[in-house]
Design a protein around this ligand. Structure first.
Ligand code: HEM
Length: 335
């Protein structure tokens, strides 16, 4: 019996030793004795910084897909999800705040001499058509573009993921397809109004006197004053830049690589935010900012007193050349 107990003890002791030895070995295997993963990660990071990308090998024709890591992609994502949102929020909310304060302080620029009862043609039907076509495309492009930047953050929490997906798909189609009439509109605006938009000495005088917007002065101006010329060049140059960068995105990798695509996306986003801010100011002056201004693009005519107050040099010129190139009567009885 004693021998049996001694043998049992021996077996238990041997088993305990074996279990202990295995546990020890297992624990030791976890220690960085032979491999140092941190050190190798540091080496990989150095390699990545030097090479800019880490490439693998592939068998499909699209060699771009062989890129495994590209830190610039992370920078781009940060720009898209953080930096651009800040730029957009500051530009758009900022300009809206400035306009509200300006309206509360300055109020609407009134027609000081009242209505004359006669009107003068300011924009013919073709000019108005091009303006409204471009403006409509711009508004849809702006809203659909803002959906790319802010939609996930602002709209997704308000609707189901399915509804947000369907909405985003539709507005993305709108963004792609309306880019063509928008580009056409920018080209036509460039050609149609370039004649009246070359800066000259009258613009400096107009600016020096606050343009009649800041104060109560009515400095003389030609068909387009310095403020309108600025808007014209923002539309022409901004429109060209936004179209070029936009088409680089719609038609990826046609003469571009991933870096130029990323730069195009960044340029497109920044220009868009500034463009939207500028157009908000333009819309303000054309509507509640100035009495009688909307009629110019709405009906195509303005009151002659409005023309006298805001574009006196243009009115004189039109009167001198009455019966000249402009086909519609320059002064017709008002309604
Ligand atoms: C010819 C004209 C235009 C073309 C070809 C174009 C094309 C594009 C394309 C392909 C994208 C990428 C969309 C995506 O990532 O799914 C985009 C984004 C965007 N577009 Fe346009 N676009 C044009 C005009 C405009 C205009 C006029 C505006 C606004 C004023 C605008 C605002 C934006 C904005 C805000 C984004 C999102 C930027 C971002 O968050 O990264 N686009 N556009």
């Amino acid at each position: 019996m004693t021998t049996l107990i001694a043998a049992g003890r021996h077996i238990i002791a041997t088993l305990a030793f074996v279990v202990l030895a295995m546990t020890w070995q297992g624990a030791m295997a976890q220690q960085p004795s032979s491999v140092n993963p941190t050190a190798s990660a540091v080496q990989e990071d150095k390699l990545l910084q030097q090479l800019k990308t880490i490439q693998g090998r592939g068998s499909i024709p699209d060699v771009k897909s062989y890129t495994i890591e590209q830190p610039a992609g992370r920078d781009w994502r940060h720009f898209h999800e953080v930096t651009l949102r800040w730029i957009g929020a500051i530009a758009i909310v900022g300009i809206l705040a400035v306009l509200v304060v300006f309206y509360l302080v300055r109020g609407m620029v009134r027609l000081e001499s009242g209505r004359s009862g006669t009107t003068i043609v300011r924009f013919n039907a073709a000019e108005r058509f091009v303006h409204w076509m471009t403006a409509t495309c711009f508004i849809v492009l702006a809203l659909s573009g803002l959906n790319v930047t802010f939609g996930k953050r602002l709209l997704l929490p308000l609707m189901s993921p399915e509804a947000f997906t369907a909405w985003s798909e539709w507005v993305k189609y709108a963004h792609n397809f309306l880019s063509f009439p928008f580009t056409l509109g920018v080209v036509l605006i460039f050609l149609m109004w370039i004649g009246g938009n070359i800066p000259n000495r009258a613009d400096f005088e107009w600016l020096k006197r606050g343009g009649g917007i800041v104060g109560k002065d009515h400095p003389p101006a030609e068909r387009f004053n310095a403020g309108q010329k600025l808007i014209y060049w923002i539309v022409v140059l901004g429109g060209a830049a936004i179209a070029v960068s936009g088409y680089m995105l719609i038609f990826p990798f046609y003469g571009t690589d991933i870096e130029t695509m990323q730069s195009a996306a960044m340029a497109h986003g920044i220009i868009a935010m500034l463009f939207i801010a500028a157009m908000l100011a333009h819309i303000y002056i054309g509507t509640i900012g100035m009495e009688g201004a909307f009629e110019a693009m709405g009906q195509g005519t303005v009151d002659t007193n409005w023309a006298k107050e805001h574009h006196s040099l243009w009115l004189e010129e039109e009167r001198r050349s009455a019966g000249g190139t402009r086909t519609q009567p320059i002064a017709t009885p008002g309604e």
